[in-house]
Design a protein. Structure first.
Length: 424
């Protein structure tokens, strides 16, 4: 590759690993006994999905496999290809199999973008061995790949790159004279590389492109070493990975919910901040807090529901960014409050009986009797008005006869529920 081409091509593309020895990270898959390493070495490529966040090497790994396999390799992007292109590639693969007696390895980038019909088009060719399908996706295959196709694929999970991995990649780029920044001879400390790696959130592409920009800024200033202002200028802002409809979305709301349930205030605040600073819709968070107030706190701290509803109203009234603090206040309150799922459990049990048992009639004494006929039929006869009794509770059956004695709500001894239990 010429120097002029290097200067125009982004550093992340120039520094793509050319073989498994240059590849950094994913040790579980690429160690000597790793399944992907073994698959490449014995040239037995089965159909599989590479699932992981951006910048961890999915496409690069696929290219390396392409260079080291004896199969015919072809690829296309799910963004630009449709049924017509799929059928054309499949026909070529069948012809290649009949002539060469070797299968085609088909790489599909962003396979989650294919609809069900497009995914189904692969099925017969994967089943009969005409192709080995290799897909790359940032989305959870359980959600995005139809079950018929997914059942015929192995799923290899690629993890975020660690800080040490990213620093190793950047250090290699700084010393590589052929493809990297070695000819610039810019001094960069380990602390500065660590700073870039933190902001890159496990994404090698982001780390390398940020490093390249920082080095460019230093060259323009005639400096021989990077400074913190140069790095901050290159970074501009932290890279927070988030997808409002996918895996990160559900993982983060789950982490917030479970941290509050476990009364961990600081963790709850952290997960809330991760969501809001990454662009989550604050009203979605507010609705989940209302649910949490009843599901996990209930009557152990009745004010939790009031707090949650007030926060949701604050979100609607003032919006972002001001509503962040209102949401934070409620999260701290809920994480600190005594917990009880007694109401949640009680309703679910009652709902099961309501759905799965006979629709028992309302006892006559609990029915209103607004007409003469209803009174003659016995509606409201025998009803006892609770306020007429000293304890505000009458000796009167309220359950259908078939359910008499059933108990759904079992208050805990925590918070206000302790007082409820003592009154029973």
């Amino acid at each position: 590759m010429s120097t002029s081409i290097n200067q125009k091509t982004p550093l992340a593309d120039r520094m793509r690993p050319r073989n498994l020895d240059e590849f950094v990270g994913q040790e579980k898959l690429l160690a000597e006994d790793g399944v992907l390493k073994q698959m490449v070495e014995i040239d037995q490529i089965t159909s599989f999905i590479l699932w992981g966040p951006p910048g961890v090497g999915k496409t690069t790994l696929a290219r390396i496999i392409a260079n080291q396999t004896n199969s015919r390799w072809t690829s296309f992007s799910a963004v630009t290809s449709g049924i017509k292109e799929i059928k054309s590639v499949m026909a070529e693969a069948e012809a290649f199999m009949s002539i060469e007696h070797r299968r085609t390895v088909l790489f599909v980038d962003e396979i989650h973008r294919f609809n069900k019909a497009q995914q189904d088009a692969f099925l017969p060719y994967v089943e009969n061995g005409t192709i080995s399908l290799v897909g790359a996706t940032t989305e959870n295959p359980s959600f995005e790949i139809n079950s018929a196709l997914l059942s015929r694929l192995k799923v290899f999970v690629l993890e975020d790159l660690g800080a040490e991995d990213l620093q190793k990649i950047m250090r290699h780029a700084l010393t590589d004279r052929e493809r990297g920044l070695g000819n610039d001879q810019i001094e960069v400390t380990d602390e500065q590389l660590n700073m870039i790696s933190i902001y890159s959130s496990g994404d090698a592409r982001t780390a390398l492109n940020t490093l390249e920009l920082a080095v460019l800024l230093s060259k323009r200033k005639g400096a021989k070493s990077l400074t913190e202002p140069m790095i901050k200028s290159a970074i501009q802002q932290a890279v927070l990975k988030y997808d409002k409809d996918g895996e990160h979305h559900y993982n983060l709301i789950s982490a917030l919910h479970k941290s509050m349930r476990n009364s961990n205030v600081d963790a709850s605040l952290y997960w809330l901040a991760r969501m809001l600073e990454a662009g989550e819709e604050p009203l979605y968070v507010a609705r989940r807090l209302v649910r949490f107030a009843s599901e996990d706190i209930g009557l152990s701290a009745p004010a939790a529901l009031t707090q949650a509803v007030a926060a949701m109203q604050a979100v609607e009234l003032i919006g972002m960014p001001e509503c962040k603090i209102a949401l934070a206040q409620v999260v701290v309150y809920m994480a600190s409050a005594p917990k009880s799922n007694a109401v949640y459990k009680a309703y679910n049990m009652a709902a099961q009986d309501a759905l799965n048992m006979s629709q028992h009639p309302v006892p006559l004494h609990l029915r209103n009797a607004p007409t003469k006929l209803m009174k003659e039929l016995g509606y409201s006869k025998g009803y006892k008005y609770a306020h007429d009794y000293e304890e505000g509770k009458a000796d009167m059956k309220c359950m259908p006869e078939e359910l008499e004695g059933t108990k759904y709500y079992e208050p805990t001894g925590r918070g206000f529920e302790g007082k409820i239990r003592d009154r029973e």
